[in-house]
Write a protein that binds this ligand. Structure first.
Ligand SMILES: O=C(O)CCC(=O)C(=O)O
Ligand SMILES: [Fe+2]
Length: 277
């Protein structure tokens, strides 16, 4: 199966059909290269503190830099991009809610070897869920080429379940120009590509999950109330300051989590989000 590709004017129906069928798609040149460059520049001060991968899965020649949401205002401005929200609604809309789970700046360096082909949802104890639980992605901060380590992906592998032994030979490189977005479900097999190019490949990897699952990174440590108070409510809700499922995520005396961010505002109390009566 080919990797589905769309232009920035992709419709919700096209996105949904591609994610159902192939589990993945590329939206070419969705954001301006200047937006990608701004994110990279805003993360510059933190690069020195980033480390190379500690395992072959993380990549010994791969630099990973976390917490882009608090560190990059430009990333905050596209974290709820309409294409991501539309794809997320389609893939995860079966749940009572879905939200941001993590993001990571992943720079694959020269001479990196291929990452093991995997499903991102394996982080959840490798349960072979009957429903999609994650919608993940990758913004191309630099051009992604087969030579520089473009993410390898197996279109259609979202239907294969856990038992398949798949390798890089089964995959295609998600080649894409700077500003493009690769989207894939947590059930779709993929992995970082080998880098034989002598240059760095930079991407901003995204994870979103149904709200009844633990987020990959602890958003209440990365984005504490003192920081989130200056953000729009919808972004605060998206990172996790919201009740979830039926009776998850409240605090104190049945309080809305956003009341910890804005103690001066009134919020409805109660932990039940699904009320059959
Ligand atoms: O860097 C990439 O292209 C993919 C990385 C990845 O899939 C992961 O670390 O889970
Ligand atoms: Fe992955």
């Amino acid at each position: 199966m080919d990797l589905p590709r769309f232009d920035a004017d992709v419709t919700a129906d096209q996105l949904g059909a591609a994610l159902d069928e192939a589990g993945c798609c590329v939206i070419d040149e969705l954001a301006a290269p200047s937006v990608m460059a701004a994110i990279s520049t805003e993360l510059d001060p933190f690069r020195a503190g980033a480390s190379m991968g500690a395992s072959s899965f993380e990549g010994h020649q791969t630099r990973r830099l976390g917490s882009p949401l608090p560190r990059s205002a430009t990333f905050r401005s596209i974290a709820m991009h309409p294409v991501i929200m539309s794809a997320g609604e389609h893939v995860l809309g079966h749940a009572t809610g879905w939200r941001y789970s993590a993001a990571e700046f992943i720079e694959i360096g020269p001479n990196e070897t291929p990452q093991r082909i995997h499903r991102d949802q394996w982080k959840y104890d490798m349960i072979d869920f009957d429903v999609e639980i994650e919608l993940n992605g990758m913004w191309a901060i630099t051009d992604f080429t087969e030579a520089n380590g473009a993410t390898r992906i197996i279109p259609g592998s979202n239907h294969l379940g856990n038992r398949e032994k798949l390798s890089m030979e089964d995959s295609v490189p998600a080649e894409m120009a700077c500003g493009s977005l690769l989207l894939y479900t947590g059930s779709t097999y993929h992995g970082g590509g080998p880098n034989d190019s002598g240059e760095w490949r930079s991407g901003l990897s995204l994870q979103h999950a149904v709200s009844w699952l633990t987020q990959s990174t602890n958003q209440f440590l990365e984005c504490p109330p003192s920081m989130v108070k200056d953000w729009p409510d919808e972004l605060a809700r998206f990172v996790g300051y919201a009740k979830a499922g039926n009776g998850l995520g409240y605090w104190g005396d049945s309080e809305d989590p956003l009341s910890a961010v804005h103690p001066d505002r009134e919020f409805e109390r109660g932990w039940a989000t699904v009320r059959p009566d």
